[in-house]
Design a protein around this ligand. Structure first.
Ligand SMILES: NC(=O)C1=CN([C@@H]2O[C@H](COP(=O)(O)OP(=O)(O)OC[C@H]3O[C@@H](n4cnc5c(N)ncnc54)[C@H](OP(=O)(O)O)[C@@H]3O)[C@@H](O)[C@H]2O)C=CC1
Ligand SMILES: O=C(CO)COP(=O)(O)O
Length: 303
């Protein structure tokens, strides 16, 4: 029997524990606030899933480094964020800390509340080690969760991470009631922006057309279940960022991701017009209306 250990008992970690149990794995769920002993659930685990938010990744890696993690244990990361200090992705952090373990990224259009209701969804397990990705595919695939595999973990991870910036923009768009034309234009222009960043960071362009890119962009930008969408919606309704985050009581990774992305874009000279307006809005430099106007008044160019 497969032993599956989930680290992080938040919204997504809890849903992944339930999904894992559906296929008959023995599932352990650990979080820093639980009484479960970490060493006891790491020892003998076939697969360890890190479902902590970006701000917890470093601490979680350190906790595991202090234990004896077998090199045969597959590490799965589902965090959709970027490290502010190093600008690295969670899978890069995990791979650097555990060079002898296979690292798998699990990412797709997976709003946890829908999954907890038993609604069908699909996702991607991506790894440089295809056999490890297939093992995760087998562990997680069920009649409500369809798992595809690919060999571009970075592209898969960046799709899920970068779309959060555009989910904030989409929330603004809907909050200001800008209409279907504006929303379609926003989502369509978001995709090449994600690809431009992803390719510069070493990802494959085609990955962004799949579930973990376009798929997650559509899910998050169109659903009030998305916390990042709710951040943008709240800003458009005149709430402060502090108030919105206080009311959410949950993780909205897009706020940190936008700041890290703009650092990266500035360092590397990557054109990110939509993300730049989201950045200026989040940092109180402009109003939602000014952000829209800035995008509309950009220098004209071919599509
Ligand atoms: N919810 C969703 O629909 C999806 C979320 N994701 C991604 O999964 C990640 C987690 O999201 P989600 O579960 O929704 O967020 P939640 O806010 O519900 O939970 C956050 C989790 O991270 C843990 N955590 C935070 N800081 C630390 C720390 N310093 N050390 C250890 N653990 C820490 C929390 O532990 P504690 O409870 O002890 O505070 C909690 O388990 C995010 O990156 C998100 O983008 C991906 C796909 C879907
Ligand atoms: O990533 C998600 C769905 O795929 C969850 O989105 P939020 O973090 O915006 O809630």
């Amino acid at each position: 029997m497969t032993i599956l250990t989930i680290l992080g008992g938040g919204a997504w970690g809890s849903a992944l524990a339930n999904l894992g149990g559906k296929k008959g794995s023995r599932v352990n769920l650990w979080s820093r606030s639980s009484s479960v002993n970490l060493e006891s659930v790491i020892t003998g685990a076939d697969v360890v899933v890190s479902a902590v938010s970006m701000k917890g990744v470093g601490a979680t890696v350190d906790r595991l480094l202090a234990l004896e993690l077998s090199p045969s244990t597959i590490i799965v990361t589902v965090t959709k964020g970027l490290d502010p200090a190093s600008t690295r992705t969670p899978s890069q952090i995990w791979q650097n800390a555990f060079p002898n373990n296979s690292i798998v990224v699990l990412s797709g259009p997976n709003l946890s509340e829908e999954i907890q209701q038993g609604l069908p969804a699909a996702t991607v397990a991506a790894s440089l080690d295809l056999a490890a990705a297939k093992q995760v595919q087998n562990i997680y695939s069920s009649d409500i969760f369809r798992v595809y595999v690919n060999e571009d973990p970075l592209g898969t991870e960046l799709g899920g991470t970068l779309k959060n910036v555009f989910a904030i923009a989409a929330g603004v768009c809907d909050g200001l009631q800008l209409g279907t034309n504006a929303k379609s234009a926003l989502l369509t222009r978001a995709l090449p922006e994600m690809i431009r960043v992803g390719v510069r960071l070493g990802a494959r362009a085609e990955t962004f057309y799949g579930l973990s890119g376009l798929g997650d962009l559509l899910a998050t930008c169109n659903s009030p279940l998305s916390r990042n969408y709710r951040v943008g919606f709240g800003l458009a309704k005149g709430k402060s960022l502090e108030q919105i985050l206080q009311e959410l009581q949950s993780t909205a990774e897009g706020v940190n991701t936008t700041n890290v992305l703009i650092d990266l874009a500035n360092q590397r000279g990557i054109e990110v017009p939509v993300s730049r307006q989201v950045y200026r809005l989040l940092n109180g430099e402009i109003t939602p209306e000014q952000a829209v106007l800035s995008l509309m008044e950009r220098t004209l160019k071919p599509e």
